[in-house]
Design a protein around this ligand. Structure first.
Ligand SMILES: Nc1ncnc2c1ncn2[C@@H]1O[C@H](COP(=O)(O)OP(=O)(O)O)[C@@H](O)[C@H]1O
Ligand SMILES: [Mg+2]
Ligand SMILES: [Zn+2]
Length: 307
């Protein structure tokens, strides 16, 4: 049995179950941190339907923004199917440092500060423990991670529009949401549900990313719209929001995502990376506009130094 992983799982359980519990093995001195270390800009990336490439898109957007010089956080909110360890290429042996048994330090990879259930648990973590605690665990990961002084926090939302998604959207001051969909009718239907959920809690949709929009044949170069054509565009027009990117079905995207190598850093000159940079630039512009709108109402921000 892998003892280090086992004890990590126990540590994670203790962290989630009892937020005031102190770890005897804590390597850091006590520091009383206010829980108000959340960044001013928090953007949820959501899809409604699973498997449409939401995590792939989120990690690539995050890394593209970081490459542009933004300080970027990435919260993997998919408690049941976390993917950031794989997609950021974080080795199994790397786990978050703790402070005071209450706080976790994010893991930095490809210039992005990330936190994921996948950093805290493994396949052996009992699902009975995960299930009922999912939304509590998520809020704790959000609030008890010592995010540095971030320009933006991206949240890779779990699929669906259930309790977890609603709780997160209600309890967090979201700047907005990005919706990822394939052009397929069934995905669009779920994307619509997602948009309407955000509307209900007054979270603006900042844009739509259409994924797996077209397949370009490697042999002859002809293109096929496997999942239908321009579905994301129609959805965007329907709700009056921009399309931030339209991404092809791409073996490169799949291989690099599953291989822990985000394209913005690993293959920056590829067509796919270029699309992610375009999307992140558009997103950045939208968000900076939103800042200007909110400026008059903004409260002073508290920053923390990590000495
Ligand atoms: N445009 C694409 N072309 C090819 N494969 C893709 C593309 N987008 C995502 N994938 C692959 O599809 C699978 C599901 O993607 P993922 O990002 O995990 O979806 P979700 O987070 O929506 O469940 C992954 O293996 C990923 O590498
Ligand atoms: Mg995912
Ligand atoms: Zn062909």
């Amino acid at each position: 049995m892998d003892l280090s992983r086992q004890s990590l799982t126990e540590a994670a359980a203790a962290f989630m179950v009892n937020r005031s519990k102190r770890y005897t093995g804590c390597r850091f001195g006590f520091r009383d941190m206010a829980l108000s270390n959340l960044p001013k800009r928090i953007v949820a990336v959501a899809s409604g339907k699973g498997g449409v490439g939401k995590s792939t898109v989120t990690v690539n957007l995050a890394v593209a923004l970081a490459e542009r010089g933004w300080s970027v956080g990435l919260l993997d909110a998919d408690i049941y199917g976390p993917s950031m360890r794989t997609m950021l290429g974080v080795a199994d042996s790397v786990t978050p440092d703790q402070r005071d048994g209450k706080y976790l330090l994010p893991i930095t990879a490809h210039g992005v500060q990330a936190m994921s259930m996948g950093f805290l648990t493994n396949e052996r973590t009992p699902s009975v423990w995960r299930g009922p605690m999912a939304s509590g665990a998520l809020m704790q990961m959000l609030e008890q991670t010592l995010w540095g002084d971030l320009d933006i926090l991206l949240i890779d939302m779990p699929p669906g529009t259930g309790d977890i998604q609603l709780t997160l959207s209600q309890k967090t001051a979201l700047t907005g949401a990005v919706i990822v969909t394939t052009p397929q009718d069934i995905a669009l239907l779920d994307a619509r549900k997602g948009i309407e959920m955000f509307a209900k809690v007054d979270v603006p949709v900042l844009g739509i990313i259409e994924n797996m929009a077209v397949h370009v044949c490697a042999a002859c170069g002809h293109s096929e719209h496997l999942f239908g054509e321009a579905g994301g565009q129609r959805l965007a027009e329907e709700y009056g929001v921009p399309v931030l990117a339209s991404l092809p079905l791409s073996i490169t995207m799949r291989e690099y995502a599953d291989g822990g190598k985000p394209l913005a850093t690993s293959l920056p000159d590829s067509d796919e990376a270029r699309r992610f940079f375009e999307a992140s630039d558009r997103l950045a512009a939208t968000i900076t506009d939103a800042d200007a709108d909110a400026d008059s109402a903004s409260a002073p921000t508290i920053t923390m130094s990590d000495d």
